[in-house]
Every structure is written in C-alpha cells, then in structure tokens.
Design a binder for this molecule. Structure first.
Ligand SMILES: C[S@@+](CC[C@H](N)C(=O)[O-])C[C@H]1O[C@@H](n2cnc3c(N)ncnc32)[C@H](O)[C@@H]1O
Length: 221
C-alpha cells in the first residue's frame, strides 16, 4: 500500500506548523517532557556509530526538519564542529540560532525549504532525520534519501528516528497531514533508496500508549 492514497498535502502540513508556537512542547505536540529521554537515547545511538570500525567524522552534521533546533542544540552541537539545518517554517527557522545559545556560531547554514525539494550541495558526516519523514510521500521520501545518500562524506551515515505503527498498518493524521509508517514499509523504502541498515534500535523508556520509536543508521548499499 502506498502512502499516496492518504493524500499527503505539503500545503496543509506547513499551514499546521505555521500555527504552532516555537517551543519544545510545540514541536513535540505536547510531549515536551519526552525530550530529555529522547536526546539521551539518541546520544547512545550516536556513540554506537562513533564506535564503529569506520566511524563517521565529527565535522559536519545536517538536522532535517529541525523545528526550533531541539536536536541541533542538545545532540548535534555537542558532537560536531558545524551544523546545517533544513526547516521550511520561517518562525521555527528564525528561532534556531537564539534557541541554540552560545554554540550557535557553529550553525553554518539554515535552509528554508521542504525536504521534498532540498538538494544538499555539501558532504555530511551525519544526516539526522527525526519526526519529519511522515510528511513526505513515499516517492518524495525515496528520492530525498537518494539525494542524502549522495551527500554523505566518507563513512557518513543517515540517521532516521521515527514513530512506527504497532498495528501493522500505516496510519494517517489529517490534522497535520502526516502518515505513520510500519517498520516493514520503512525497510522497503530504504531498500528502494539503495541504503543498507547498519544499526537499528528501539527507543527505550518512553511511556506506553504512544507509537514505538525506532532509530536506523543507513549507509549506501
Ligand atoms: C514534530 S516536529 C519535529 C522537529 C524536530 N525534528 C525535533 O525532533 O525536535 C516536525 C517538524 O517538521 C517540519 N516539517 C513539516 N513538513 C516538512 C517537510 N516537508 N520538510 C521538512 N520539514 C518539514 C515542521 O515544520 C516541524 O518543524
């Protein structure tokens, strides 16, 4: 089943985010209290990538669908020399530098564009995608991942951290025009984008009653 049957609308999702305040609770849809646990889980995952035999460098990372820069500030800035961010919402984008505090000078480029149109013109050591890929159609997600694949430096890694459904079926949310994919569907898309999974891990310590959250580390096949 393709997600296109759910009629993802880029206009509708942008419109939804335009009306959300630029706060942690805002970008996490009222689940701001999960942020610290989420970042801790991501740091453990990132450390496992840095411990690989051929680890990614710590020079340049990309935060995709960055919101107000929650991941940039708490995860990427402490681990990389420079960060670029992609975020289509102007209000969020204008918040990122101030929100990131004294290390914000390490943020080199802010791209105001949707991932379906984003064309990286640099090489990145880590490309971090979190809680954003549900806004893209299958087709756009596959071509976007192919562009990311071409934008990796030597030993570079794409990280995907997303909700997956536990019902075994894809689910859509009309409020923000997003879809939540199954684990199987993600794996199919990674394969279509010529990416292999080198690590996969489920976020622990999240409360019951929310979608399971998975982290994937992907490299060119
Ligand atoms: C749930 S928030 C997550 C923000 C951030 N990744 C985090 O975890 O804190 C989703 C973000 O995706 C952005 N977004 C929505 N559609 C997008 C698209 N087509 N391309 C890139 N970003 C998009 C929204 O503006 C919002 O900032």
């Amino acid at each position: 089943m393709s997600v296109n049957k759910f009629n993802i609308s880029y206009v509708k999702s942008l419109d939804y985010w335009a009306n959300i305040p630029p706060t942690i609770d805002g970008v996490l849809g009222g689940f701001g209290f999960l942020s610290d646990m989420d970042i801790n889980g991501s740091q453990v995952f990132l450390d496992s990538l840095f411990s690989l035999e051929n680890p990614p460098c710590k020079t340049l990372a990309l935060d995709c669908g960055a919101g107000i820069g929650r991941i940039t500030k708490h995860l990427l800035l402490p681990n990389f020399k420079s960060i670029d961010v992609v975020e289509p919402d102007e209000k969020f984008l204008n918040t990122i530098k101030e929100f990131s505090g004294e290390d914000s000078y390490k943020i080199t480029n802010l791209y105001q564009v949707g991932l379906q149109e984003f064309k990286p013109d640099k090489k990145y050591d880590v490309i971090w995608n979190q809680w954003v890929l549900g806004y893209l159609t299958d087709e756009d997600l596959t071509t976007y991942l192919l562009r990311c694949r071409d934008a990796l430096s030597e030993n570079g890694v794409i990280v995907v951290k997303e909700n997956v459904t536990s019902s075994g079926k894809m689910e859509n949310d009309e409020t923000d025009s997003s879809i939540t994919r199954t684990l199987k569907h993600f794996l199919k898309i990674f394969k279509s984008a010529n990416l292999k999974r080198i690590k996969q891990c489920k976020q622990t310590n999240f409360p019951n009653g929310i979608y399971p959250v998975y982290m994937f580390a992907l490299k060119p096949n």
